[in-house]
Design a protein around this ligand. Structure first.
Ligand SMILES: Cc1ncc(COP(=O)(O)O)c(C=O)c1O
Ligand SMILES: [Zn+2]
Length: 421
């Protein structure tokens, strides 16, 4: 495969060979995969991609795996892009799409970078894989490691949602709960990554891992008929997904799959942990880390985001903005999406919905603007967050009389639900 030429420092541009390294030896900047776009442009077309599998591996030529036999494919990607007309009406907009990435095999978008990271770890001959996780990467890495028959070490902060921990354990991973925050768990994982043979997806495999996340924007454009939308709202934790959306759009243009684009990319974070959005709103480039995240949106609770600086650059370059709704607005966002579109998301998705609602209120979205909401995780994994904000089920005796009495209480004037009963 000629498509990958090596690694390149995002800061100083220094080139490196394709190895299991992640930081520049000269300036400590992060390394990115470098591609031969001219060669790829000759090899890919809309038609060739349409003939590919209904997974992220349809974009194989823009992914950094060299040997097919190393690919771990559990059916990730090609998730629905739904026209969200009911939600649009509620928000007084005309054109919203929901990219429902909550229906991936482990129920979050993290299956995308994990599929690439584990495949790459196999290519490098790593004896084990791992990750530091706020909950979704854990399940995604554990599932791919299970399929690859590799041991998996997952470092999580305290008090993650039960379903996420149970899911990860079910796949057979070694789950290590570190007393403290995600950043503390991540620091420990980084120490281990630098002194062991374990391939940590979001640490020493990071240049390859982040490539999986750009397939989300590839799909959005393909599903829109190879066209970029006006505006994308992205939930942000480490900032990798947001930065990958920018990189992905630039790549699609570079290889001729979309025309020149003018997409705004907006960052959504929970108020209780919003280092990227706060920096954006203050016009700063550097992140002020949040030491003690305090939000029900645990999947986005990264106080010191690895790609935070680059997420800020991507938002600024595309003339996007940042929004940091509070926990109540996030839970309301979950309910609004569920009730209007039949999509049950976790707080990260609720954050994107709430961010869009605020943008509308602030007059920052045109009525006709084509907005794509990244819905990145599934509500069934975070039931403890939303349950207190929901109504309780009705409880009745198993008699028609009891049901009729209940209906009489619920009945709206002018409608008779019980006609003929
Ligand atoms: C559901 C969900 N959405 C979005 C994100 C943000 O991803 P990133 O860390 O690439 O910014 C995460 C991160 O864990 C997540 O779990
Ligand atoms: Zn450098």
């Amino acid at each position: 495969m000629r498509n990958v030429t090596g690694l390149q420092c995002r800061e100083c541009g220094e080139s490196y060979p394709k190895r299991l390294i992640h930081a520049c030896g000269l300036c400590f900047g992060p390394l990115d995969v470098a591609y031969d776009y001219a060669a790829i442009a000759k090899e890919v077309s809309k038609e060739s991609i349409a003939c590919g599998p209904p997974t992220l591996w349809r974009y194989r030529k823009l992914l950094p795996i060299e040997r097919d036999e190393c690919i771990i494919d559990i059916g990730v990607g090609f998730t629905p892009l739904l026209k969200a007309d009911n939600l649009a009406r509620e928000l007084k907009l005309k054109n919203i799409h929901v990219k429902n990435d909550s229906v991936n095999p482990t129920f979050s978008f993290k299956d995308r970078p994990s599929s690439v990271a584990v495949s790459k770890a196999i290519e490098f001959g790593s004896p084990a894989v791992g990750a530091a996780s706020t909950g979704n990467l854990s399940g995604a890495m554990a599932a791919h490691a299970a399929k690859a028959r590799l041991p998996c070490f997952i470092f999580i902060p305290e008090k993650l949602e039960m379903s996420k921990v149970a899911q990860t354990l079910a796949y057979g991973a070694h789950v290590i709960e570190v007393t403290g925050t995600y950043d503390q768990a991540n620091r420990l994982a980084t120490e281990i990554a630098l002194t062991s043979n374990i391939a940590f997806a979001n640490i020493n495999v990071r240049p390859y891992y982040v490539e999986g996340s750009k397939t989300l924007v590839f799909e959005v454009c393909e599903q829109l008929g190879w066209r970029a939308p006006d505006h994308i709202i992205v939930p942000v934790a480490s900032g990798a997904l947001l930065h990958a959306a920018w990189r992905g759009l630039k790549e699609l243009e570079e290889v001729g799959l979309i025309d020149k684009w003018d997409t705004r990319i907006t960052a959504a974070q929970a108020e209780g942990c919003s280092p990227v959005v706060q920096a954006l709103l203050k016009g700063e480039n550097e992140i002020t880390p949040v030491e003690k995240p305090d939000t029900t949106c645990k999947s986005l609770a990264i106080g010191d985001p690895a790609d935070g600086y680059y997420a800020i650059q991507a938002v600024r370059a595309t003339k996007g903005t940042g929004q940091a709704p509070d926990d109540k607005q996030i839970l309301d966002g979950i309910k609004l999406l569920a009730k209007t579109e039949g999509v049950f998301t976790e707080p990260a998705g609720g954050t994107a919905v709430a961010a869009l609602k605020q943008l509308v209120e602030d007059g920052e979205v045109e009525r006709d603007e084509e907005v794509v909401l990244y819905i990145t995780g599934n509500g069934l994994k975070t039931q403890e967050s939303i349950t207190p904000a929901l109504a309780k089920p009705f409880k009745i005796k198993p008699t028609l009389e009891d049901f009729k009495q209940l209906v009489a209480e619920l009945q709206t004037p002018g409608v008779n639900w019980l006609e003929g009963v």
